[in-house]
Design a protein around this ligand. Structure first.
Ligand code: HEC
Length: 161
Protein backbone atom coordinates (compact mmCIF):
# COMPACT_ATOMS: atom_id res chain seq x y z
CA UNK A 1 0.00 0.00 0.00
CA UNK A 2 2.99 2.31 0.24
CA UNK A 3 2.85 3.05 -3.48
CA UNK A 4 -0.37 4.92 -2.96
CA UNK A 5 1.45 7.45 -0.78
CA UNK A 6 3.76 8.12 -3.66
CA UNK A 7 1.17 8.09 -6.40
CA UNK A 8 -1.55 10.16 -4.70
CA UNK A 9 0.33 13.47 -4.63
CA UNK A 10 1.35 12.95 -8.21
CA UNK A 11 -2.23 12.31 -9.35
CA UNK A 12 -3.47 15.26 -7.32
CA UNK A 13 -0.95 17.63 -8.79
CA UNK A 14 -1.81 16.42 -12.28
CA UNK A 15 -5.50 17.08 -11.56
CA UNK A 16 -4.78 20.59 -10.37
CA UNK A 17 -2.58 21.26 -13.36
CA UNK A 18 -5.07 20.01 -15.96
CA UNK A 19 -7.86 21.91 -14.22
CA UNK A 20 -5.96 25.15 -14.53
CA UNK A 21 -5.26 24.70 -18.21
CA UNK A 22 -8.85 23.76 -19.08
CA UNK A 23 -10.06 26.84 -17.16
CA UNK A 24 -7.83 28.93 -19.37
CA UNK A 25 -9.33 27.41 -22.49
CA UNK A 26 -12.82 28.25 -21.27
CA UNK A 27 -12.10 32.00 -21.33
CA UNK A 28 -14.19 33.18 -24.23
CA UNK A 29 -12.82 36.03 -26.25
CA UNK A 30 -16.09 37.51 -27.45
CA UNK A 31 -19.64 36.22 -27.58
CA UNK A 32 -22.13 37.30 -30.20
CA UNK A 33 -25.80 36.43 -30.02
CA UNK A 34 -29.11 37.17 -31.74
CA UNK A 35 -30.48 40.65 -31.00
CA UNK A 36 -34.21 41.19 -30.38
CA UNK A 37 -36.19 41.78 -33.58
CA UNK A 38 -36.85 45.48 -32.93
CA UNK A 39 -33.13 46.17 -33.27
CA UNK A 40 -32.49 44.18 -36.41
CA UNK A 41 -31.63 46.32 -39.43
CA UNK A 42 -31.79 49.72 -37.66
CA UNK A 43 -29.68 52.25 -39.53
CA UNK A 44 -27.59 54.95 -37.88
CA UNK A 45 -29.75 58.07 -38.47
CA UNK A 46 -26.76 60.42 -38.12
CA UNK A 47 -24.89 59.28 -41.23
CA UNK A 48 -24.72 56.42 -43.68
CA UNK A 49 -20.95 56.88 -44.05
CA UNK A 50 -18.54 54.23 -42.79
CA UNK A 51 -17.65 55.61 -39.32
CA UNK A 52 -14.03 54.61 -39.80
CA UNK A 53 -13.75 57.14 -42.63
CA UNK A 54 -15.21 60.12 -40.71
CA UNK A 55 -12.71 62.90 -39.92
CA UNK A 56 -11.44 63.35 -36.37
CA UNK A 57 -13.22 66.70 -36.11
CA UNK A 58 -16.63 65.42 -37.24
CA UNK A 59 -19.10 66.78 -34.62
CA UNK A 60 -20.64 63.33 -34.00
CA UNK A 61 -17.21 61.76 -33.58
CA UNK A 62 -16.22 64.50 -31.13
CA UNK A 63 -19.44 64.02 -29.14
CA UNK A 64 -19.02 60.23 -29.17
CA UNK A 65 -15.42 60.56 -28.05
CA UNK A 66 -16.41 62.66 -25.06
CA UNK A 67 -19.14 60.22 -23.98
CA UNK A 68 -16.93 57.18 -24.56
CA UNK A 69 -14.12 58.76 -22.54
CA UNK A 70 -16.47 59.46 -19.64
CA UNK A 71 -18.32 56.14 -19.62
CA UNK A 72 -16.71 53.31 -21.54
CA UNK A 73 -12.94 53.88 -21.52
CA UNK A 74 -12.66 52.84 -17.89
CA UNK A 75 -13.19 49.25 -19.06
CA UNK A 76 -12.59 49.22 -22.82
CA UNK A 77 -9.57 51.54 -22.68
CA UNK A 78 -8.90 54.89 -24.38
CA UNK A 79 -7.53 52.95 -27.36
CA UNK A 80 -10.55 50.58 -27.39
CA UNK A 81 -8.16 47.69 -26.81
CA UNK A 82 -9.99 46.32 -23.75
CA UNK A 83 -7.26 47.51 -21.40
CA UNK A 84 -9.01 50.21 -19.38
CA UNK A 85 -7.91 50.81 -15.77
CA UNK A 86 -10.84 48.72 -14.45
CA UNK A 87 -10.25 45.78 -16.79
CA UNK A 88 -7.75 44.01 -14.51
CA UNK A 89 -10.20 43.93 -11.63
CA UNK A 90 -12.72 41.65 -13.30
CA UNK A 91 -13.82 38.69 -11.23
CA UNK A 92 -15.50 36.96 -14.15
CA UNK A 93 -13.20 35.51 -16.80
CA UNK A 94 -15.04 37.60 -19.36
CA UNK A 95 -12.94 40.67 -19.95
CA UNK A 96 -14.01 43.95 -21.51
CA UNK A 97 -13.90 43.34 -25.23
CA UNK A 98 -10.92 44.52 -27.26
CA UNK A 99 -13.02 46.43 -29.77
CA UNK A 100 -10.16 46.51 -32.30
CA UNK A 101 -10.25 42.70 -32.53
CA UNK A 102 -11.48 41.60 -35.98
CA UNK A 103 -13.83 39.17 -34.18
CA UNK A 104 -15.53 41.96 -32.19
CA UNK A 105 -17.54 44.93 -33.55
CA UNK A 106 -16.05 44.47 -37.04
CA UNK A 107 -18.30 41.38 -37.20
CA UNK A 108 -21.39 43.38 -36.19
CA UNK A 109 -23.62 46.01 -37.71
CA UNK A 110 -24.45 49.18 -35.82
CA UNK A 111 -27.93 48.03 -34.77
CA UNK A 112 -26.41 45.12 -32.85
CA UNK A 113 -24.04 47.47 -31.06
CA UNK A 114 -27.00 49.70 -30.14
CA UNK A 115 -28.68 46.69 -28.53
CA UNK A 116 -25.52 45.86 -26.53
CA UNK A 117 -25.28 49.45 -25.28
CA UNK A 118 -28.98 49.43 -24.27
CA UNK A 119 -29.07 46.05 -22.54
CA UNK A 120 -25.46 45.39 -21.49
CA UNK A 121 -24.33 41.88 -20.70
CA UNK A 122 -25.51 41.06 -17.20
CA UNK A 123 -27.91 38.38 -18.48
CA UNK A 124 -27.87 35.40 -20.77
CA UNK A 125 -25.83 34.61 -22.83
CA UNK A 126 -23.11 37.08 -21.81
CA UNK A 127 -23.18 37.00 -18.00
CA UNK A 128 -20.60 39.76 -17.96
CA UNK A 129 -19.98 42.98 -16.07
CA UNK A 130 -20.99 45.07 -19.08
CA UNK A 131 -23.66 47.46 -17.76
CA UNK A 132 -26.73 48.47 -19.80
CA UNK A 133 -27.14 52.15 -20.63
CA UNK A 134 -30.64 52.30 -22.07
CA UNK A 135 -31.80 55.35 -20.12
CA UNK A 136 -28.42 56.98 -19.60
CA UNK A 137 -28.04 58.43 -23.08
CA UNK A 138 -30.35 59.94 -25.68
CA UNK A 139 -30.75 58.00 -28.92
CA UNK A 140 -28.50 60.55 -30.66
CA UNK A 141 -25.81 60.12 -28.03
CA UNK A 142 -25.89 56.34 -28.43
CA UNK A 143 -25.44 56.59 -32.21
CA UNK A 144 -22.60 59.08 -31.65
CA UNK A 145 -20.88 56.64 -29.29
CA UNK A 146 -21.31 53.86 -31.88
CA UNK A 147 -19.70 56.00 -34.61
CA UNK A 148 -16.80 56.71 -32.29
CA UNK A 149 -16.43 53.04 -31.29
CA UNK A 150 -15.75 52.11 -34.92
CA UNK A 151 -13.66 55.17 -35.65
CA UNK A 152 -11.45 54.73 -32.58
CA UNK A 153 -11.07 50.98 -33.09
CA UNK A 154 -10.20 51.59 -36.76
CA UNK A 155 -12.68 48.99 -38.01
CA UNK A 156 -15.77 49.16 -40.22
CA UNK A 157 -19.19 47.77 -39.31
CA UNK A 158 -20.16 44.53 -40.98
CA UNK A 159 -21.74 45.17 -44.37
CA UNK A 160 -25.48 44.48 -44.56
CA UNK A 161 -26.41 41.17 -46.15
C1 HEC B 1 -17.69 47.79 -16.18
C2 HEC B 1 -16.94 47.58 -17.40
C3 HEC B 1 -17.57 47.99 -18.70
C4 HEC B 1 -17.99 49.26 -19.06
C5 HEC B 1 -18.01 50.52 -18.22
C6 HEC B 1 -18.42 49.14 -20.44
N1 HEC B 1 -18.28 47.86 -20.89
FE1 HEC B 1 -18.67 47.19 -22.76
N2 HEC B 1 -18.17 45.29 -22.20
C7 HEC B 1 -17.69 44.94 -20.97
C8 HEC B 1 -17.44 43.51 -20.95
C9 HEC B 1 -16.92 42.71 -19.75
C10 HEC B 1 -17.79 43.03 -22.22
C11 HEC B 1 -17.65 41.58 -22.72
C12 HEC B 1 -18.79 40.70 -22.37
C13 HEC B 1 -20.06 41.06 -23.09
O1 HEC B 1 -20.10 41.03 -24.33
O2 HEC B 1 -21.02 41.36 -22.37
C14 HEC B 1 -18.27 44.18 -22.98
C15 HEC B 1 -18.75 44.12 -24.28
C16 HEC B 1 -19.10 45.21 -25.04
C17 HEC B 1 -19.55 45.15 -26.42
C18 HEC B 1 -19.74 43.89 -27.24
C19 HEC B 1 -18.66 43.75 -28.28
C20 HEC B 1 -18.83 42.54 -29.14
O3 HEC B 1 -18.05 42.37 -30.10
O4 HEC B 1 -19.73 41.72 -28.87
C21 HEC B 1 -19.78 46.43 -26.83
C22 HEC B 1 -20.27 46.90 -28.20
C23 HEC B 1 -19.49 47.29 -25.71
N3 HEC B 1 -19.07 46.53 -24.64
C24 HEC B 1 -19.60 48.67 -25.73
C25 HEC B 1 -19.50 49.47 -24.60
C26 HEC B 1 -19.81 50.90 -24.60
C27 HEC B 1 -20.22 51.70 -25.82
C28 HEC B 1 -19.64 51.32 -23.32
C29 HEC B 1 -19.90 52.71 -22.77
C30 HEC B 1 -21.20 53.28 -23.00
C31 HEC B 1 -19.22 50.17 -22.52
N4 HEC B 1 -19.15 49.07 -23.33
C32 HEC B 1 -18.92 50.21 -21.17
C33 HEC B 1 -17.45 45.77 -19.90
C34 HEC B 1 -17.76 47.12 -19.86
Amino acid sequence: MKWILLIAPLVLSLMVFSDASSAEKKVRKVIHSTPPLDYVGLENPLTSADPKTLPDNDPNILAGKRLYGKTCAVCHGVRSDGKGPEAEGFVTPIRPVDLTDPDAIAMLDQSYVLWRIDDGGLDEPFYSAMPGWKDDFTETEKWQIILYLYKNAGVSPKAKN
